[in-house]
Design a protein around this ligand. Structure first.
Ligand code: ADP
Length: 540
């Protein structure tokens, strides 16, 4: 027997309609490429996203076609989020930090028909135009007079000119909730990038999930700053969840340096922010020497790569900001876990709490996790046994875009991460499976070794790599960028490890470098570091 409730589809257009009807005067603040601060509201964003929908109709872009964006976080990008998906087209956010060849491959694979770009990417667009034959329309996210200052851009029209003639009211189609809504490619450190094609249903369920109190705890009382770019897995779903709860949104645009982010956080009374550790490090580096403090910021989600414990305690003890460590990936829309304490942990000592808070956290309702051994056998959730992390749930990928085969194994998605899960469900990532260091039959977690290094006051960044060893198979070395003006010797850093890990886990060597290569989403590129160390030999 079926239940007798309405079969109302879960649609992205509902999110923006809701924000318009219930939170219409709530502000959306953006730092623009034009360098000024722009203010609008959910109501205006809703109206202009309806203009976008009409403008796409006028260009005869069929439902299901892909509309690419090459843009920072800002109100125009937000209008595209709702206008494109709401009208049944697919929003394809491109990562501008990718190499031009990779970007070209992705656009051609997605067969994008329209590409909307911020003027910061004019030079990239000029190159892409001859390489991407499927793109029929190139739209610069600015007004006509600003576009006119860029004579190098041919065959482009301005966004403002494009949407201007159209009505602010659009009959959003009643789509099947499983209709595709947006497309993100993984960065593909090996092989070609792969597309995760989200649906309206997966996106709306993910928005419900991340807004929950034990997750991001988003509300209409929050001023929310996604520092994480809208081209990095849809800014972790925050634009959708913000519309769902009616939060104020503060968008940092292209200015992601510590000073600009701090200024905007204070000016707009931001209460909640989200980003990768490298961005927060820039913020702390700006604040610490000047003795700056936050007046309103209360919570920050840090994820995308492991958040060092030293960063969690700095935020908490020096700035009174709660760090919520989160884990996810493109294939998970992206959020899988987030670390927040349960009631019984509140009476624990600071040290005991910290031992939990450094973990990647517990499942959000909807995401199931298991860890498995080398032969596919399920491993115990005892907080000690390592295994390959598998997940399933309504916002987890089934199949990559244009692939004919499911990406699943017995209904589960293999994340490529290695983790432990404790009896209370808290998960700890120890490594990407390809980065695990195997020494004498035992595993050494590169993340743990890196976390200890960056807790040293003279270390700015650290990457731990396994190097071939004749007796132990592999031994860890730690590649370190020192802080400006810091004086640090190899012996001093190795001594810092004593008592923090078992003696056989202490790295065999420290290699000081000027910088560590970062990928398009701010993660350390271990493949490149290994290439840099091609001629390196361990001290034996
Ligand atoms: P890409 O693979 O394209 O770089 P993703 O953002 O999809 O981008 O990366 C997902 C991977 O990032 C995860 O599988 C995991 O290895 C890593 N990751 C994400 N969050 C964390 C975290 N909090 N701690 C450790 N690793 C993380």
């Amino acid at each position: 027997m079926f239940g007798l409730m309405q079969k109302h589809a879960l649609l992205i257009s509902d999110l923006i309609e809701f924000a318009q009807a219930n939170h219409g005067d709530t502000e959306i603040v953006s730092r623009r490429v034009e360098k000024d601060i722009h203010r609008t509201t959910w109501s205006e964003v809703a109206k202009r996203s309806q203009k976008v929908a009409h403008a796409l109709d006028a260009k005869n872009v069929a439902r299901g076609e892909r509309i690419a964006t090459l843009a920072w976080n800002g109100y125009r990008h937000l209008e595209l989020y709702f206008g494109v998906s709401g009208s049944g087209r697919i929003l394809h956010t491109l990562n501008p930090r990718l190499h031009i060849d990779q970007m070209t491959w992705i656009i051609n694979h997605a067969e994008d028909q329209v590409l909307c770009f911020d003027l910061s990417f004019a030079a990239i667009v000029a190159q892409l135009q001859s390489l991407c034959p499927t793109v029929r329309h190139w739209i610069a996210l600015c007004d006509a007079s600003t576009l006119a200052q860029h004579p190098e851009l041919k065959h482009c029209e301005s966004y403002e000119g494009w949407i201007e003639p159209h009505s602010t009211s659009y009959d959003w189609p009643e789509l099947d909730e499983n209709t595709a809504s947006s497309l993100c490619y993984t960065s593909g450190t090996t092989g070609h990038p792969k597309g995760a094609l989200y649906s309206h249903r997966s996106t709306v369920l993910h928005a419900f999930g991340i807004a929950l109190p034990d997750v991001m705890n988003l509300s209409a009382r929050d001023s929310v700053m996604p520092v994480v770019p809208m081209f990095h897995v849809n800014a972790w779903g925050i634009p959708y969840a913000a519309a769902m709860v009616g939060a104020k949104l503060v968008m940092p645009g292209p200015a992601l340096d510590g000073e600009s982010v701090y200024e905007l956080i204070e000016q707009e009374k931001v209460t909640f922010a989200a980003g990768v550790p490298t961005v927060w490090q820039m913020l702390l580096n700006h604040m610490s020497p000047k003795g700056l403090r936050f007046a309103h910021l209360r919570r920050t989600v840090i994820g995308g790569s492991a958040c060092p414990p030293s960063m969690i305690s700095a935020f908490k003890n020096e700035y009174g900001v709660e760090v919520l460590h989160a884990w996810g990936m493109t294939e998970l829309s992206p959020l899988g876990t987030l670390c927040s304490l349960k009631n019984k942990h509140l009476s624990w000592s600071q040290d005991e709490q910290m031992a939990l808070l450094i973990k990647q956290g517990r499942s959000i309702f909807g995401v199931e996790m298991k860890i498995v051994g080398d032969h596919g056998e399920s491993q115990p959730h005892d907080g000690k046994t390592y295994g390959d992390l598998y997940v399933k749930g309504p916002w987890v990928i089934d199949r990559y875009f244009k692939d004919t085969h499911s990406a699943l194994k017995d209904g589960w998605f293999a994340t490529g991460d290695v983790a432990t899960i404790d009896p209370e469900g808290f998960m700890l990532i120890t490594d990407r499976s390809k980065d695990v260091i195997k020494s004498g039959g035992e595993w050494i977690s590169s993340i743990e070794i890196e976390n200890i290094a960056v807790a040293h006051p003279s270390v700015a960044m650290a990457a731990c790599i396994g190097m071939p060893h004749p007796k132990w198979d592999e031994r860890p070395v730690v590649v370190v960028v020192k802080r400006a003006q810091a004086d640090l010797s190899k012996e001093e850093l190795l001594a810092f490890y004593k008592g923090k890990v078992a003696s056989w886990q202490i790295p065999d060597d420290v290699i000081f470098v000027e910088s560590i290569p970062l990928g398009a989403t701010g993660k350390m590129l271990k493949t490149r570091i290994r290439e840099m160390l091609a001629d390196y030999r361990l001290p034996l």
